[in-house]
Design a protein around this ligand. Structure first.
Ligand code: CA2
Length: 145
């Protein structure tokens, strides 16, 4: 199987490091990608990263992963709590995926407690800050034969 992982960051995660440091820390999206690329490389995987504020772009990237990726690490942002379409894309491509949240969504507003991915994610990492992306890569690759 291809030794490549797709990293998906959803809406507004391009704002990381610019606002709300008390919730999301001070690392930028570029820092997150660099950390995740380095972790994947340590595990023997290449990584392709996509961030978009548009649901359809994310869904297309997930579909494209079928061609050359062994798994997906995704922080869907606010789409976590709203998107059946994103869930259908992830289950449709039949690749194992890790759901990451920088903040502890269960310690925040009630509307963040529900995830449309919770029962189909192979791995969930919640509230570990941006280090959670590294944890997600390690736990995900451990599941890939
Ligand atoms: O904790 C997470 O990683 C979230 O997935 C982040 C989403 C939020 O809707 C989820 O409930 C939990 C929001 C991403 C927006 O990120 C920003 C970062 C800096 C400034 C503003 C937004």
């Amino acid at each position: 199987m291809t030794r490549r992982i797709l990293l998906v960051n959803g809406p507004n995660l391009n704002l990381l490091g610019t606002r709300e440091p008390e919730v999301y820390g001070t690392a930028t999206l570029a820092d997150v990608v660099a950390l995740t690329v380095a972790t994947a490389r340590d595990e023997g995987y290449e990584l392709r990263a996509v961030q978009s504020n548009h649901e359809g772009v994310l869904i297309d990237a997930i579909h494209d992963a079928r061609a050359d990726c062994a798994g997906i690490v995704i922080n869907p942002g606010g789409l976590t709590h709203t998107s059946v379409a994103l869930r259908d894309a992830l289950t449709g491509v039949d690749l194992p995926f890790a759901e990451v949240h920088i903040s502890d969504v269960y310690a925040r507003e009630e509307f963040r407690h529900h995830s449309y991915l919770h029962d189909v994610a192979a791995v969930r990492v919640i509230g570990e800050g941006v280090e959670g992306y590294a944890t997600a890569v390690r736990q995900l690759v451990a599941l890939i034969p």
